[in-house]
Design a protein around this ligand. Sequence first.
Ligand SMILES: Cc1ncc(COP(=O)(O)O)c(C=O)c1O
Length: 315
Amino acid sequence: MPNTNYLQIADDEASTTISQSVATEGVGFVDGKIVPIAEARIPILDRGFIHSDATYDVVHVWENHFFRLDDHLDRFMNGIDRLHMSIDYTREDIKKILARCVVASGLKSAYVEMICTRGVPDGNSRDPRRCTNAFYAFVVPFSWVATPEEQKKGVRLHISKVERISPQSVDPTIKNYHWLDLVRGQYDAFDADADLAVLTDRHGNIVEGAGFNVFTVKGDTVATPGTGVLKGITRKTAIELCAQLGLAVQERDVPTADVLSADEVFLTTTAGGIIPVRYVNDRKIGNGGSTTSLRLRDLYWEAHRDPRLSVPVSV
Ligand SMILES: Cc1ncc(COP(=O)(O)O)c(C=O)c1O
């Protein structure tokens, strides 16, 4: 029997109690209501589902604090705007909804996704302007691109021959669900006995992988693709931390050869932070050490105690 005792976020902001049955598997926010994740459903005709006509963002909660929430909201609101979408909720409303979802889940560390879809068309119309855009969110336990144990063993990265969808077709700086190329790359990686794939652009420069950006370290210089990628919030943090360490950062084209000859390679993602890579295409990177990457990883987790970046989850 469906549970009806959910936290309601009504227009007037009146809320009821949080259901005891809302489990730590997560919660969803659909149609203005917080529901258990297993009951969070979207309409099948929502163009977000049938055409990937959507934008989204993922912020994480670590030890009961949102990390860089304002940066994630800036990127999300900008994406909504650039896709000619709009939602009834203000930025402050979204903050409140996300915090309520986290509290409802009971999770202290979590993966928090906010989504804006084109929505369901009016009647049989094919005109995207005749849709009411929808806002959804969900909170699930923190999820890792590579778990701390996998990171310890050393991540194996595969440079896939799959070309990332052109930025002239889908703007990668608007966070989107065009992932079929990334998923193809993942299968390439599995075939090559690797953990993760990074895709290339049409000129053979590396771009990004399924949920992460890529950096190389050579001497005192760190490089990361400057275009054709999502401007990750973790990428931003890594760039700031490199500056703190006195490393030069180049945002530029990164040819495959630079990755193979790098002293170190690391990945950045909300889902796991700064992840050192040990192998690329079966080749051990540098001398197999990850001094700079590990230093950056430590600083990244220390930054979670900086009140300018971490804000408590409070409703
Ligand atoms: C394609 C892509 N690139 C990079 C990233 C990393 O971005 P962030 O550091 O904001 O998580 C993501 C995150 O999901 C992504 O989907």
